[in-house]
Structure formats: C-alpha cells, structure tokens
Design a protein. Sequence first.
Length: 293
Amino acid sequence: MRRLLALIAALCTAVGLAILLPATAGAAPACVTAWNSGQVYTGGMTASYNGRNWYAKWWTQNERPGSSDVWRDEGACGTGGGGTPDPSGFVVTEAQFNQMFPNRNPFYTYAGLVAATKKYPAFAGTGSDTVKKQEAAAFLANVSHETGGLVHIVEQNTANYPHYCDAGQPYGCPAGQAAYYGRGPIQLSWNFNYKAAGDALGIDLLNNPWRVEREPDVAMMTGLWYWNTQNGPGTMTAHNAMVNGAGFGQTIWAINGSLECNGRNPAQVQSRVTKYQQFTQILGVPTGPNLYC
C-alpha cells in the first residue's frame, strides 16, 4: 500500500511538472536572415520580416513580405517581433532596421551601420535602455529625412556641387572644386567638413571624398561623426541632446536648425518628427519631450 501511494505521488508530481513546464518544442523557431529590399529571392528562398519567417514562392525583389502573394507566411519567429538581437549589442536589430527602411538603397547596409558604431561607442550606448533606443531612433529618423528613406547616396541637386569649396581654407580643395557635395546618411558637404571628418576617422576624405559614396561603413561613420561631435547651427551635439534629455527638437537644430527651426520650415520639421515617432514605436519606447524646434 505504501509503495502504491509513493507511485501515485510520483505520478502527480510528474503531471504537475508537465503542466508548469511546457515542452520547448512549441517555442517559436529562430528568425532566418532578415528580408532585404534590394536582394533577389527565387522560389524556395526564405527571409524574416517583422518577427515572422517568410517563404518565397517564386522570383521577387522589393516586394515586402505580407504585401503580396509571392510570400508565404511561415509563422512567428524569434522574440518580440524584432528578430534575433545583433551580437554587437546594438539596440536596433537587423529586422527592425529593415522595417524602418523597407525600400532603402542596397548601398546602405545594416552591417555598415553596426561597423560605424564601433567608432563611436557612446552612440546608442549611453544611459538607460530607453535612452539608447531613443537616440538610435533619433539618428535614423534624421537620416531617413536627409536621404529619402536611405535611398539617396549623393546630393540630388548637381547645380550645388561647385558651391561647397571654401577656397579660403589653407588646404584648399585638392579633389576639385565640385568634389565636396553632399554624400552619405547626413549628406556631408564642404571641404572643411570632409577634412575634419577624415581627420577624426583616420581616413583621407579631403583628397578622396568619393569613399563616402562607395563604402557603406565609411558613409555611416561620417554620419555618426557629425552626430556625435558637431553642434552645427545648434547649441549642442545631437548625441548630447538625446542623452541629456534636451529632446529630439535639438537634434534638428544641430543638423539644419538655421533653415528649419523657429518656424522657418515647419513641414521639414514635421517630416523628421513623424519619422522619429514611427521609429520609437518600432523600438517600443516613448518619444520623450521637446520633439519640435
């Protein structure tokens, strides 16, 4: 009788554990490589997007998963809809980056962005997790505005190209008078900015400014150089604005405040703010105060 009771107790314990500790077989599978708008997918290839894995039924390019019949939904993957976090610890996952820039130019890569952050570890690496994500969202929102969603690599108005050579600088414009037009995510321009950015990054951009439009990591590095070190027409760097609580509006001042802030171009300001609101929502954090300038 005692042996029977012990057997029953053991059975109950096993059943209880089965209820409390469900099998891991039902857990969501890992996210496959994130979808890229510039990549060609043929039938049978897979990609992850917005926390789900997708299967391509036939040839496709630049058709977002879930927006057309070419993609078959394979179900949820990873955790929280953001995909597997990057091993570098960057607060924006590749899946979230792709969600922010579904139509971006293939030149602008997630790997290039992550590589650039190594030069400026304080970027999206200062303060609480919320502050880190807010700063990443702020940078990417301004970058999106400057490049039409990471579409444009160089300044579109070619008539401006000869105007960015300050001949009064002692080093002049060795790459040519029309060589220092806007390039990259922040649209770096002027010979003195190429000189300063190149000196800070250990790259000769004064003599070879074309590297900014040819190398994805260099392009992103110039954006982070400006973000972290330059006040522009503002009173603080965009980095300091976000980590010290001054708010998103001060990042606009640092980038283009003299042309947009204080009512000069409210439509442009609103465009930046709207992107910031979208990107903080993707990252799951509040916007914080002082969005406008």
